[in-house]
Design a protein around this ligand. Structure first.
Ligand code: SAH
Ligand code: SF4
Ligand code: F3S
Length: 441
């Protein structure tokens, strides 16, 4: 049989990256090999994101480029999946006729079946219904040879309905995977040589809501702590309103839980946080950060901020700046508010002009760069545990890896170190990485 090739392009968050890994694993069983060359593909899948308007534009401009390949290869199939597919449904065909099928976020495990229908004559399929049970999270994506890290989905969907956000409409209601399934997957990953797992969910802190009493995020990570072969545990994303004292304590007591938390704050103004439906105040957020730092002084704290939310005044914005000055994040993802169809904030008055959003974003990012640089300077002279991933981007004589706090470190060393944890004395802190040398300590 002729080998068939699939090219998958991923947009959006880590959840989408993991969904694409699952798609590749499923298609491999159907005889498709993954290719990095779109021109060589028999099947092209776009796994899209719809979080902001920009993500949507990016997906369509890439789709426009890829469907042109059909002129040379009329047998080429193009599937449009992910959050933007879920959002637009049959509307995808209005924008681009050359798409062969549209599949939503709950249909990943149905890809083989959808492909059979499409190749046997079904035209313009649209598979975007939601299922009341978890369908796709359990597909096992074997790690690439030598991979040290892997993503593990622990839940799907979101029930929070932050007023600006489309995710609950695109991923469905929150549902947690049973812990036995998650642990079995992690044991299997450990057998494949994986040493670090990142647990994925829109709000991992509320894991277990639909499961038996006593089954929560803390009990899950405590069970993962006992999995042999796994050396590091990470998770993303945490919602501040559900970050419990018990979970905070885990950063002091669980040796495998890495000292990094991504804790999106979104705004420093209580008025705006209320309108965003976030469920906490700036003071409550600050108190949780203080507890995290008390329990684990070396913890790195990263966050997300939206500027220019409807009605954000100069005073609200200044409060965000003041909060940043006080908290000092290790790094930050910041975005201009983007109006999304179907969300509550779309009806809110007093939009912030585009130019002002741009100005606020630029100023805030410059402030953050200063804070990130300061944090990295402060690490000079310290010894960090680094899990060695491979040669660095710039030199084969240098290895690269991450600290427990998720910072990139480059240092002199050979390939025999790959997969090992080594101690590195940090000699320089840059904006985006650290440099150091190996030490016995
Ligand atoms: N579930 C996660 C992340 C969701 S999306 C959480 O709650 O933190 C990632 C980030 O995108 C959000 O934290 C938010 O900062 C940003 N975002 C979401 N919707 C947005 C919108 N309409 N405009 C601009 N940024 C948005
Ligand atoms: Fe969106 Fe809020 Fe859910 Fe995060 S918690 S995915 S921001 S609705
Ligand atoms: Fe985008 Fe969907 Fe993730 S909208 S950010 S890919 S959950």
């Amino acid at each position: 049989m002729k080998t068939r090739y699939v090219y998958i392009e991923t947009f959006g968050c880590q959840m989408n990256v993991h969904d694409s890994e699952q798609m590749a694993a499923l298609l491999e069983k159907e005889g498709y090999l993954l290719t990095q060359d779109s021109a060589a593909a028999d099947l092209i899948l776009l796994n899209t994101c719809s979080i902001r308007d920009k993500a949507e534009q990016k997906a369509f401009s890439e789709l426009g480029r890829l469907v042109k390949l059909k002129e040379k290869n009329p047998g080429l199939l193009v599937g449009f999946g992910g959050c933007l597919a879920q959002h637009l449904k049959e509307g995808v065909y209005k924008r681009e006729k050359a798409v062969d099928f549209v599949f939503g976020t709950h249909h990943i495990c149905r890809l083989p079946e959808i492909l059979t229908a499409v190749t046997t004559g079904k035209k313009r399929a649209v598979e975007t219904c939601f299922f009341s049970e978890i369908q796709s999270l359990g597909v096992f994506a074997p790690p690439a040879p030598g991979a040290l890290s892997a993503f593990v989905s622990i839940m799907q969907g979101c029930d929070n309905y932050c007023s600006y956000c489309v995710v609950p409409y695109l991923r469905g209601p929150e549902m947690s995977r049973p812990p036995e399934e998650i642990l079995a997957e992690i044991r299997r990953l450990a057998c494949c040589g994986v040493k670090e797992v990142t647990l994925l969910g829109q709000n991992v802190n509320s894991y277990g809501k639909n499961l038996a009493a006593g089954c929560n995020f803390v009990s899950l990570i405590k069970a993962i702590q006992d999995v042999e072969g796994i050396e590091r545990i990470r998770f993303t994303t945490s919602h501040p309103k559900d970050l419990s004292d018990d979970l905070i304590d885990c950063f002091g007591s669980l040796s495998k839980l890495c000292g990094h938390i991504h804790l999106p704050v979104q705004s420093g103004s209580n008025r705006i946080l209320g309108r965003m439906n976030r469920g906490y105040t700036v003071e409550e957020y600050g108190a949780k950060v203080a507890r995290l730092r008390a329990v684990c002084p070396s913890i790195s704290i990263t966050s997300d901020i939206i500027v220019g939310f409807p009605g954000e005044t100069a005073k609200d914005y200044q409060e965000t700046i003041d909060m940043m000055e006080k908290i000092r994040f290790d790094s930050l993802f910041s975005f201009k508010y983007s109006e999304r169809k179907g969300t509550a904030a779309r009806t809110f008055k007093d939009p912030v002009p585009e130019a002002e959003k741009r100005r606020r974003l630029k100023e805030l990012q410059a402030l953050q760069d200063g804070h990130t640089q300061e944090k990295n300077w402060a690490l000079e002279g310290s010894v960090q545990e680094v899990l060695v991933e491979g040669p660095s981007k710039n030199s084969d004589l240098e290895m690269t890896g991450r600290t427990r706090s998720w910072k990139i470190v480059n240092f002199k060393g050979g390939r025999e170190l790959v997969g090992k944890k080594v101690n590195v004395l940090i000699t320089r802190g840059f904006l985006h990485s650290l440099r150091g040398r190996m030490t016995e300590r």
